[in-house]
Design a protein around this ligand. Sequence first.
Ligand SMILES: [Zn+2]
Length: 154
Amino acid sequence: MSKNYTRGRRCSPSVSRHVRMASWALFLPLGLTACGVTDPSSTLPLGAEPLVAPSNYLSWFGETEQCSGLSGQFDRIQFYVVPGVTSFETEIGPTFGLWSRIGGTDRIILAGAQVGEEMVVRHEMLHALIGTKGHPRALFDVQCRLTWKSWAEK
Ligand SMILES: [Zn+2]
């Protein structure tokens, strides 16, 4: 992991909040979750490589636009994967996925095991549509149900 990456700004709420959230919901086996940074100096985690978006991503993006009432440009998102891992390290701890906006480009990094996980991928897409840090409850929990707890209650 590069120095720049570890200086990435902390997103809010942090992974630790998700861990606490997961502990309320005993049916959730993992506390790890997706999070975002908007630090332009962020570099890719070790081993990350470009990912050609699987064909279902475009419809997941459309669904995420629909539930949020926001619109974005799918083809401006660059996807990356860290192959062969369930999660990858960031300065705020392990995560399944990470969104960042660098210049005008959205970047979504996914752990290899999460590439087909709708909740993880669409959670990051929602970050890209919102374009700022944080997890507005109305969007993430209520409208789109793209948190572990709300997804499980779907
Ligand atoms: Zn997040």
